[in-house]
Design a protein around this ligand. Structure first.
Ligand code: 5BU
Length: 276
């Protein structure tokens, strides 16, 4: 795949979606392909971890619906941190309903995700209508969507022809679908060898990344940044517990050290990939 060897900044020109461009520019500017997933249930822990990891990341991934003391001021503070530390925001909402419902879930309710999250994601399981619904809200706001083409969990059903259909859905909606959550590069998947359409630069963001564990007790499976970025050609590593640990990031110095470590590992693997 030709894009495998391009730098993040060279790849900006391959994209028209503003969220995709901004993410690639942020990665290059900060020399970081690290996304931290902040899966904690208290506002104070959430903000403390982001304040520490902010300088080391291109993207912060949230599950905003797990925060027990949520109120909308949290979103304001998250937006301020994203400006202060220069990162993008990705709410990992995994939309999976009919177009009309996902449009409402994306725009409305308690969280109003479209108003603050630069990137979000959706399961392809409903078919193209999930993209139609989400893009009706997100496209006018300059947002981007990732399709869940694969998952990191043991026994995932998102394989084979399901994954190929996800790529076809993305291909048909390039204005809004900027790439995938997947475990490997998806460029040209399901296309004939040498097909002209194979020149397609999708972003691949990859969860299930850890340096010190192979998995957890609930089916999560970890690979290293090197396996993910160098061997599998993915673009962004997503790391949660590997960075904030088992104690919700209670030790700030340990969180900072791990963020620095994963940033360095991810970047080294990328530099090796592009051959610099
Ligand atoms: P961890 O603590 O690094 O295991 O957290 C991984 C995060 O990525 C967590 O928020 C999951 O919801 C998310 N995730 C995942 O782990 N695997 C997947 O295939 C998808 C999302 Br999609």
């Amino acid at each position: 795949a030709p894009f495998l060897k391009q730098t993040y900044s060279q790849r900006v020109a391959n994209h028209s979606n503003p969220a995709a461009k901004a993410l690639l520019e942020t990665i290059e500017r900060k020399r970081s392909n690290l996304c931290v997933s902040v899966d904690v249930t208290k506002k104070a822990d959430f903000l403390r971890i982001i304040e520490i990891v902010g300088p080391y990341v291109c993207l912060v991934k949230t599950h905003v619906d797990i925060i027990e003391d949520f109120d909308f001021s949290l979103v304001e503070q998250l937006k301020e941190l994203s400006v202060k530390h220069d990162f993008q925001i990705f709410e990992d909402r995994k939309f999976a309903d009919i177009g009309n419902t996902v449009a409402l879930q994306y725009s409305s309710g308690v969280y109003k995700i479209a108003s603050w999250s630069h990137i979000t994601n959706a399961h392809p399981v409903p078919g193209p209508s999930v993209i139609t619904g989400l893009s009706s809200v997100g496209l006018p706001l300059g947002r981007g969507l990732l399709l869940l083409a694969e998952m990191s969990t043991k026994g995932s059903l998102a394989t084979g022809s399901y994954t190929e259909e996800a790529v076809r859905m993305a291909r048909a909606n390039r204005d809004f679908v900027v790439g995938f959550i997947a475990q490997r590069r998806m460029d040209g998947l399901g296309l004939a060898e040498g097909s002209s359409e194979a020149n397609e630069d999708f972003l691949v963001l990859t969860p299930g990344v850890g340096l010190d564990a192979k998995g957890d007790s609930m089916g999560q499976q970890y690979r290293t940044p090197r396996e993910v970025v160098l061997e599998s050609g993915c673009d962004v590593i997503i790391v949660g517990r590997g960075i904030y640990g088992k104690d919700n990031g209670a030790n700030p110095e340990a969180v900072r050290e791990q963020a620095e470590r994963y940033r360095a590992e991810g970047w080294k693997a990328y530099q090796e990939r592009i051959g610099s």
